[in-house]
Design a protein around this ligand. Structure first.
Ligand SMILES: [Zn+2]
Length: 396
């Protein structure tokens, strides 16, 4: 029952003030107050110093100087308080503690994108089930998973029956199908591999994520097979078969795919996916990413990827606003998979998943997948993570 209601005006939207209820019910005591941080939630145009109060694992109030008692207090003064980060392309289930390592980076929701296929999917499913945060898995259409010689270079590995059977046994954890299509992974089989992936996905009404870039088939031929809700990862991959032509024009088929609801994702990774000049040209053409993702692996923690906040920071250098980069790692990502519904935002009643980040000023070096270095004046660092209302990782 609502016994007190208070409205706090939020930031302006196109010049008009919107009023958002920030306090639905004020309990006598909160479990946690995240105090005095710069709270950013692009999904509601909020960017202001606020306190975030949490009760029973959910956000109970967002306001200034919340004075009610709290069992715990997390000082976020001088820091950013953003929705828990959602990373839709990782390989976190490769190791048992992968999800927990990501949690310490501020990642409160994640997808393992195709580490394993039907033959070994149970290992990924087990790690996902034991993850502290919501974690789902995309099954690699190649039944043996990621192979050094190429997942589906032998087309018999793209086994529709085996994939369907694996999904059927794990409907709660398998959230889609991953098709890795570059020439060293699928060779000339790319189109057929994607066709089979859709055959599998359509039986369960699931999305397909394709790994684009350096494919044998032209990108438009592959995009023609993608439906609403499907995801293209490694969107900044250099030629052959990138999303932009030599004259700096985004391919018309790429624009058409976006119009029909196909999502375009970063997929940072370490080889062949991100080159500064490509990213610059694509952003200059006005084609912003829908989502950011790390393509996280244990090895990536010490090179190029480091952590999700570091990956996000690269796009501050490239000229995106803080609001835009936060949206790509939170609200936008939450819409990609049903498991993240109501997450990726800071709203009263939503699950209290929060990333406290530090935006440090200084001189920071960033590297693309081709050893090219860029220096930036700002870098985001993970500071603390709140999962379901509980502070689970603090780095100070
Ligand atoms: Zn990957």
């Amino acid at each position: 029952m609502i016994n007190r209601r208070q409205f706090v005006s939020a930031a302006t939207v196109a010049g008009a003030f919107t009023r958002i209820p920030d306090l639905l019910a004020a309990p006598e005591k909160y479990d946690l107050i995240v105090k005095g941080g710069r709270v950013i939630d692009p999904s509601r145009n909020l960017d202001a110093i606020r306190d975030v109060a949490i009760a029973n694992g959910r956000i109970a109030a967002i306001g200034t100087n919340l004075s009610a008692a709290a069992t715990e207090m997390l000082d976020a003064g001088g820091k950013l308080v953003v929705p828990g980060l959602i990373d839709i392309h990782t390989h976190a289930t490769r190791v048992k503690d992968g999800p927990a390592l990501c949690l310490a980076d501020g990642v409160t929701g994640l997808i393992d994108a195709g580490t394993r296929g039907a033959d070994h999917i149970d290992e990924s499913v087990a790690v996902a089930k034991s993850a502290p945060q919501p974690c789902r898995v995309l099954i690699n259409i190649g039944r043996a998973g990621i192979l050094p010689e190429g997942d589906t270079m032998d087309i018999s590995h793209a086994d529709v029956g085996a994939a369907r059977e694996a999904i059927g046994r794990n409907r709660d954890i398998i959230a889609g199908v991953k098709a890795r299509l570059s020439r060293d992974v699928a060779g000339a089989n790319d189109f057929e591999v994607l066709r089979r992936s859709q055959e599998v996905a359509s039986s369960f009404n699931l999305p397909v994520m394709i790994h684009m870039g350096q494919t044998v088939s032209p990108l438009p031929k592959l995009l023609a097979l993608l439906k609403r809700g499907d995801i293209v990862t490694h969107m900044f991959a250099p030629p052959p078969n990138s999303i932009i032509d030599d004259n700096g024009q985004i391919l018309p088929e790429v624009k058409a795919a976006r119009r029909r609801g196909v999502q375009f994702d970063l997929g940072n990774g370490r080889t062949g996916h991100l080159r500064w000049d490509m990213a610059e040209r694509v952003l200059k053409a006005g084609f912003l990413p829908d989502t950011f993702s790390t393509d996280w692996t244990p090895e990536g923690r010490t090179a190029q990827v480091i952590d999700f906040p570091n990956v996000i920071s690269k796009f501050l250098i490239l000229g995106m606003s803080l609001d835009q980069v936060v949206a790509c790692a939170t609200g936008n990502a939450s819409r990609a998979f049903p498991v993240f519904r109501n997450r990726g935002m800071l709203r009263v009643g939503a699950p209290a998943d929060i990333a406290v980040l530090e935006l440090r000023e200084g001189t920071f070096e960033f590297v693309d997948n081709y050893e090219n270095k860029r220096t930036g004046r700002q870098r985001l660092f993970p500071s603390a993570t709140v999962l379901a209302g509980k502070p689970v990782a603090t780095r100070g």
